[in-house]
Design a protein. Sequence first.
Length: 434
Amino acid sequence: MLTKILEIRNIVIDTYRKVRHIVNPIVKFIVALLVFSNLNSAIGFDPRFAKTSVVLILSLISTFTPGGVMVFLAMALTLLHVYSASLYLAILILLVFIVLYAALMRFSNGHAICAVLIPLLAPLNLHYAVPLVLGCIATPVAALPCACGIVFYYLIDVIKNFSDVSVELDVDMLIEYYNELLDVIVGQKGMYIVIVVFAIVILVVFLLRRLPFDYSFLISIGAGAVVNIIGFLIGSLKFDLSISVGSIIFMTLVCALIAVAVDFMKRVLDYTAIEHVQFEDDDFYYYVKAVPKIKISMTNHNIRVLSPRDNDARYSGGYPDDEDYVSAYSEQAPGYDLYNGYDDEIGGAGLEGDPGAHVGENSSEDRNAYGNYDDGYDDGYDDGYDDGSGGSFDDGNGYEEEEENMAMKYAMSDMDADYESDFEEEEMDLDDKT
């Protein structure tokens, strides 16, 4: 079972490597399409920016650009919607986005797309998989893109609540509006809990997977899942947040399985073949623990297709219709008939149906040093070898495996040249064989 799974994994990886230049843009396009569609459905204040054509154009731009461009376009689309609803709210949101984007581009290290994945996955409670996966493939600095995505997600709720608040040009009213807005943003206790818990999960998974013990990657994912559950339970009890405990436990386990699947596709280690290596240079002495990755070769199935004629020839005792066999037997062993087998009569020397028929005049010169031979080209085969006792070797029982070997032996031996010359010059005395 494990071998089949590893073979499937190799097939998936090899296929992805061959078509990654096509798959990666398609995946990015789908993610961008979902992100922009989600923003339009959440804060679609201006219907002009919620058109399908606008979403497709933004998605196509994000397909062929780095992940940071997708984050920038998502923030720009959000600002356009907020601007159509409230100018003053758009100014404050712009300031927040500037800070977030500057920090994201400085410390994202290629994981900026997490800032839009968390708002996309949060409604499904699948955002718990983001810190588990980042802990396996990134460093603790990846906690910053996660934090930006969490802030972005909670800002959407703030925008919904304050987009319909009208503010006059009075300075006092404007200051009061901003104070209230900042209090709501700062007072998002759930946002801070998620940021802290995700950062701790990333740190725990990162530290445990680097420790030199067996199955450290799987154990680190399990530990990260436990930390995630305990962190949210403590946060909900400490700050009286309405969090479904059952939902957190179940979705954390689901996200842990997703992280295990991602880690399985990235690496599979063979802990039964660990090697410990020690070496030194001019400055240090090294102790190295080497864990090999499992590499399985694909099973090669060699299939030989046999025609019905081949099967009949194999099981009926006949010979296959092959030009090589015809050349080997008929040309080098003239007494052998390829298709009709051996003589039916012991010592038969004539044509089939007339075993006593002569093909030529008999003489005492028909004998040579090896015995009597029959080159009558009859329907049977008689090797004609005289063992000196007057008997000839012919069992008359048709084709047998031993007789085939004997025929091959005589056909391919070095003495065939002498035999063939005798056949061509003289005819043998058929009566003397018996």
